[in-house]
Design a protein around this ligand. Structure first.
Ligand SMILES: CC(C)(COP(=O)(O)OP(=O)(O)OC[C@H]1O[C@@H](n2cnc3c(N)ncnc32)[C@H](O)[C@@H]1OP(=O)(O)O)[C@@H](O)C(=O)NCCC(=O)NCCS
Length: 204
């Protein structure tokens, strides 16, 4: 049965729309954490997201798109230019970092339009692919992405361990290596609001 969906409008997120970005981002991650608790947001997530949003929402390498039904935000898309380590010959792609559609708009055209915007933006910027991570148990999203022409190329596998008590986790060596930050291989996987070392800018 085709449901009637309230009409929506797409527009790039503006500085004053951060509240809407945050609301939908939180809903997305609440949903993901329901599938896998290891994807819970940190207590400080909103400040970090705001910092990242402020730095990037008008940058040429990112697309923050919101869908609105009148004054209500009902969809969020974030796509970013991604650079992997220079160790790899093909290290640049467009990454679909976040996609969320409010429950009342699911099953309609909104999600598809958002992914089409992501593809068009990425191709226009010169990228030859759009990539994303999806939780293995998110059957609806996987079915949806398949309908959009995406398919799996790599999987993340995991085994749970018993950690040694009282041990501080070592730092990621890519963020602490004794070489200028500029010369370090960049980090793969999610780079949204990544933590960088505390070196003063003039040492970079
Ligand atoms: C993922 C999302 C953007 C897709 O948008 P949508 O409007 O729900 O997508 P559609 O309805 O067009 O497509 C979903 C498909 O999955 C099917 N589906 C629904 N529940 C399913 C399930 N449990 N198992 C398998 N398929 C399922 C639907 O029937 C539909 O397929 P069909 O068109 O062949 O019938 C939206 O559901 C959403 O925001 N989900 C929560 C956040 C999320 O998962 N984001 C993606 C994180 S990577």
């Amino acid at each position: 049965m085709q449901l009637d969906h309230v009409p929506f409008q797409l527009r790039p997120a503006r500085a004053e729309d951060f509240w809407a970005v945050a609301r939908l981002f939180e809903a997305l991650h609440h949903f993901n954490a329901g599938l896998d608790r290891r994807f819970r947001l940190d207590a400080d997530w909103e400040r970090l997201l705001q910092q990242h949003f402020t730095l990037t929402h008008t940058a040429p390498g990112s697309l923050w798109l919101l869908a609105w039904c009148a004054d209500a935000p009902v969809g969020l898309l974030l796509v970013e230019a991604h650079s992997d380590s220079p160790i790899f010959a093909e290290r640049r792609w467009a990454e679909l970092v976040a996609l969320y559609v409010a429950p009342e708009q699911r099953g309609g055209p909104l999600a598809h339009q958002l992914v089409e915007q992501a593809k068009q933006w990425a191709a226009a910027k010169g990228f030859d692919r759009l990539q994303l991570y999806v939780t293995a148990h998110n059957e609806r999203a996987k079915r949806f992405y398949t309908k959009c022409g995406l398919g799996p190329t790599q999987e993340i596998w995991r085994v749970d361990l018993k950690p040694t008590p009282g041990v501080d986790l070592p730092a990621d060596p890519s963020t602490t290596a004794e070489q200028p930050r500029r010369q370090r291989p960049e980090l793969g996987h999610h780079q949204l609001a990544m933590e960088l070392s505390n070196e003063p800018e003039d040492q970079l």
